[in-house]
Design a protein. Structure first.
Length: 300
């Protein structure tokens, strides 16, 4: 391996420390405790793990954590009533509805019912529009974490060629907007892209966010490029014992690390940054709600 490892776990630890320091100042100087509410509908095991982890980390940085766990059969109007109550709760500065929602619920309508200034996921149509037009917004957590790591590694991203593989509303599209905002030349590639290998080979920055295990091989990577691997895929690992699994990214780590200049590992790369950025967004939302100075370096 010749690539520098971008240590997302350590970086996320530093972001949490910054958040905790800002929370302590808000409490001491203004008597304000930032509050984050997480709404989970149903019992999807992966979502339960995420929600537990979010609640634990929220408390660890000194913020108030509220969890609403609703039955899988919750009606749309009842979910909207919970969101409305949180929108009007002055102790809550951030609201996150864990996705995916059960099929009978209208995800777009639910997300757009969250007050935009409390939308710490940055998924509300107002925040999408603000980001797209370069205005101050709440920025989706995973792309924000990727941007922080890229800025930390490169300093300026201006003029770099960036390829984002994946066009989801959660990662691909906002990631492309953020890179454009930092003056990269941005290509969004997806499942219908012709000659994906050639497109990726031109890139100084490759963000892989497709959810397909190890689909980007090292011979697609321009020597010295930076690879940000957003994928978290679980594969069977019989070599580790019966029933065992291992986590892999969307990039083939061994072959990409041999060519790239820098790469994020899976696990320990982008993953830990997502929750750290959620905490950062909650502090930012709290500061904006109270017309106080925002923490530096924690927003786009
Ligand atoms: N499910 C998977 N990723 C996310 C995320 O970033 N936010 C929410 N709300 N749900 C998710």
């Amino acid at each position: 391996m010749s690539a520098t490892l971008i240590d997302g776990k350590a970086f996320a630890g530093r972001v949490r420390t910054q958040v905790a320091e800002h929370v302590a100042r808000l409490k001491a100087d203004h008597g304000i405790t930032p509050g984050l509410a997480v709404v989970l509908v149903g019992e999807d095991p992966a979502s339960q793990v995420y929600v537990r982890s979010k609640g634990k980390q929220t408390v660890e940085v000194g913020m108030k954590s509220v969890e609403h766990k609703l039955d899988v059969s919750t009606a749309q109007e009842d979910l909207l009533a919970v969101i409305n109550q949180l929108n009007n709760d002055p102790e809550i500065h951030g609201i996150l509805v864990q996705l995916p929602l059960p099929d009978h619920l209208d995800e777009d309508m639910v997300i757009n019912a969250i007050a935009p200034e409390k939308d710490v996921d940055g998924f509300h149509i107002s925040n999408v529009g603000l980001l797209g037009t370069g205005q101050k917004s709440m920025v989706p957590c995973t792309p924000l974490g990727c941007l922080m790591m890229l800025r930390d590694h490169h300093g300026s991203l201006s003029g770099m060629d960036a390829v984002v593989i994946g066009r989801s509303n959660i990662v691909g599209k906002p990631m492309a907007q953020l890179l454009l905002g930092d003056s990269c030349t941005v290509t969004i590639a997806h499942s219908r892209t012709k000659d994906l290998a050639d497109v990726v080979r031109r890139a100084d920055i490759v963000v892989a966010a497709v959810g397909r295990p190890e689909m980007v091989p090292g011979d697609w990577i321009k020597p010295g490029a930076t690879v940000i691997d957003v994928g978290i895929n679980r594969l069977d690992a019989p070599e580790k014992g019966e029933g065992k699994t291992r986590l892999v990214g969307d990039a083939d780590f061994e072959s990409c690390a041999a060519v790239a200049g820098a790469i994020t590992p899976v696990p320990g790369g982008v993953g830990p940054m997502t929750i750290a950025c959620l905490l950062a967004n909650t502090v930012t939302a709290c500061c904006r709600a109270n017309r106080l100075e925002e923490p530096e370096g924690l927003t786009a």
